[in-house]
Design a protein around this ligand. Structure first.
Ligand code: MTE
Length: 319
């Protein structure tokens, strides 16, 4: 008899089952350590993930990661080559090229307004906050979605440090204004600089992060380098890129998209399959890299954590 522990599973399991199990484990990230070890040993074989036509480049090995629902993270290529960043261009495939060389150093973020201790943080200061990984779904208002492994830290760590005054009720965020570097800002069609806002309790929620990294590398320009907001239960346009200013204010601030088309883009912008955009349904979405459509989840699947923030509110009126 062969002692347990020395059994080669390939010998006692039908071959197809053994291989598909390994594929599953790989996709679910359980074989991540051995994949990384293989990389450390200098083996650069691409990993093929089930359901993905393309194989992942060595830089995207960690795409074996899954979010808390078991959804596979998108590839590094998906995330870095298909972007919304109107400061560069409205062409999603063109942002990566046009943002090459975008200067992210020196970089500061001014935190001011209704706070006891207004502070200007350098990017180096911000990188000293404990960085952690968060694998979040991003649901764009245009009804596509991605799963992105971010590195960053809760925005509330910064807010606590500056000590909001009792009158502070909202937080306003602003992107860099620099048309020499960001050609899209030459267009007069848009109200530059891009700005966004959250209610203070939304901003203080632990799910709300400032992201500095992606897939274990610094955030690239097309994704909002060197630092961007990520609010996973809201449509992607709330997650403002390349921010330079955070201001605590008393009144609900204007936002880029609600200034352009207030009937289409509200202040709250919570992902809500029951409230359609005036020009298209929000009931389903296309996950980049997949062919079919998925049902969109209330609050993008984060209802358990955030629904209480909106208790008693009419979410049709506050879209
Ligand atoms: N931030 C700025 N400054 N400018 C933008 O055009 N686009 C938003 C958001 N943040 C945008 C922005 C939209 S519409 C989406 S869907 C996400 O960024 C896309 O983020 P990603 O390109 O990293 O996937």
């Amino acid at each position: 008899m062969v002692p347990t522990g020395e059994v080669d599973p390939a010998k006692i399991t039908p071959e197809w089952l053994y291989h598909s199990r390994r594929q599953f484990l790989k996709a679910a990230g359980f074989l991540g350590a051995s994949a990384l070890l293989a990389a450390a040993c200098g083996r650069e074989e691409p990993i093929t993930v089930p359901g993905e036509a393309q194989s992942l480049t060595p830089g995207a090995r960690t795409a074996g990661k899954v979010d808390e629902l078991g959804d596979q993270a998108n590839t590094y290529e998906d995330i870095t080559q298909y972007n919304n960043y109107y400061e560069f261009t409205t062409d999603k495939a063109g942002v990566a090229g046009l943002s090459k060389g975008f200067a992210t150093s020196p970089w500061t973020v001014e935190v001011s307004g209704l706070v006891k201790k207004p502070t200007t943080f350098t990017i180096e200061d911000l990188l000293k906050f404990p960085q952690q990984e968060r694998i979040y779904r991003l649901r764009c208002v245009e009804a596509w979605s991605m799963v992105i492994p971010w590195q960053g830290f809760p925005l509330n760590l910064v807010l606590q440090q500056v000590e909001p005054l009792p009158e502070a009720k909202f937080v306003r965020f602003e992107t860099l204004l620099d048309a020499d570097q960001m050609p899209g800002q030459k267009s007069r069609l848009y109200p530059w600089p891009y700005q966004e806002g959250l209610r203070l309790d939304e901003a203080m929620h632990d799910l709300t992060i400032l992201a500095t990294g992606m897939y274990g590398k610094p955030v690239l320009a097309q994704n909002g380098a060197p630092i961007r907001l990520v609010v996973p239960w809201k449509y992607g346009f709330k997650s403002i890129k390349s921010m330079i200013k955070i201001e605590l204010v008393q009144d609900q601030p204007g936002t880029f998209w609600s200034t352009i088309a207030p009937e289409e883009y509200g202040f709250y912008s919570n992902v809500n399959p029951e409230v359609d955009h005036p020009r298209w349904s929000q009931a389903t979405e296309r996950r980049i890299g997949e062919t079919g459509r998925r049902k969109t989840m209330m609050f993008n699947g984060y209802a358990e954590q955030v629904a209480s923030l909106y208790k008693g509110m009419d979410l049709r009126a506050n879209y």
